[in-house]
Design a protein around this ligand. Structure first.
Ligand SMILES: NC(=O)c1ccc[n+]([C@@H]2O[C@H](COP(=O)([O-])OP(=O)(O)OC[C@H]3O[C@@H](n4cnc5c(N)ncnc54)[C@H](OP(=O)(O)O)[C@@H]3O)[C@@H](O)[C@H]2O)c1
Length: 280
């Protein structure tokens, strides 16, 4: 298949491009200098020229705190961008997948959020991503909107690579113990995104590693264990201690009600995924 990946320098984009190439796809991975997704005309012309079978949109404004003072930039990448690509894919008959976030939920559900739950985003980043979801669904009825959360992998400044590197270099760290999410390995997410391209599916799909989820503190302790380090080097703190500009959902664990319908198994347990990441 010919796959166009946007935001090529980002963490998820790298994992998606690597996975697609590994299974023999013809991959065009374009960074912002070659495709600015906020530019509607450019989206239409690039998709029209390359004629991909599918576009997997991994480009986004992902600085959750920065978005609070950069609303226009967040909406350009997270709302205009996906809407532009959705329209270009409709126009040129390509499958469109875009990635959204667990942060579209307000975090009051102490269980798991499924595709049936109503979003209620808290901060600007979350609101811009939710706006993007709505506009994609309006522009392109065949689009797939994949919500994921707490994604980590190679090539990004994500929480887990920071935890792993600090612990590996003998540092003591603090980690939030009162936010709950579903950690997701970018490599596993990439495989699932590519599987969805093949399915006759549209609408919302939640994609995370399976299991009960965890807190950042829980993930940090598990990482220490995998590195053979005593977990006492990790000190639990509260989210409120960090006094960050953007509000975040306290509980944002995701689960999918659609796996059976799609003929897909659950992704591996988050601890198994973490082991593969830490040992790699
Ligand atoms: N990381 C997580 O924990 C997490 C959780 C849930 C959902 N997600 C979603 O997963 C997707 C991938 O995230 P990620 O962690 O891989 O993010 P990332 O590493 O920050 O990568 C995003 C990439 O998008 C690029 N970009 C920004 N605006 C662009 C534009 N207008 N046109 C083209 N490229 C643009 C960025 O380039 P510049 O560096 O030039 O800005 C960056 O290379 C995003 O949709 C994100 O919202 C992430």
């Amino acid at each position: 298949m010919k796959i166009l990946v946007t935001g090529a320098k980002g963490m998820v984009a790298r994992a998606v491009a690597e996975h697609c190439r590994s299974i023999g796809d013809d991959v065009a991975a374009l960074d912002r200098t070659r495709l600015d997704i906020a530019d509607r005309e450019q989206c239409l012309s690039v998709v029209g020229e390359l004629r991909p079978d599918a576009v997997i949109n991994c480009a986004a404004y992902t600085d959750v705190d920065g978005a609070e003072s950069n609303e226009a930039a967040a909406y350009a990448a997270n709302s205009d961008g996906p809407a532009n690509l959705a329209a270009a894919c409709r126009e040129h008959n390509a499958k469109f997948i875009t990635i959204s976030t667990d942060y579209v939920f307000d975090g009051t559900n102490t269980g798991f959020y499924t595709e049936d739950d109503a979003p209620a985003p808290l901060g600007i980043y979350a609101k811009s991503k939710f706006d993007g979801e709505l506009r994609v669904a309006k522009e392109n009825a065949n689009a797939i909107i994949v919500r994921s959360g707490w994604i980590y992998g190679e090539g990004g400044t994500n929480f887990l690579s920071v935890i792993r590197d600090l612990l590996s270099s003998g540092k003591h760290i603090t980690a939030i113990s009162d936010s709950f999410g579903t950690p997701t390995f970018a490599g596993d997410l990439a495989r699932r995104l590519r599987e969805l391209v093949e399915r006759d599916v549209s609408g919302f799909v939640h994609v995370t590693n399976s299991g009960e989820g965890s807190t950042y503190y829980g993930v940090a302790c598990e990482t220490a264990k995998l590195l053979g380090i005593d977990a006492s080097v990790v000190t639990p703190i509260s989210d409120a201690d960090l006094k960050r500009p953007a509000p975040r959902p306290r509980y944002s664990r995701l689960a999918s009600k659609r796996l059976a319908e799609l003929g897909l198994d659950e992704l591996p347990d988050w601890r198994d995924a973490l082991r593969r990441f830490v040992k790699a």
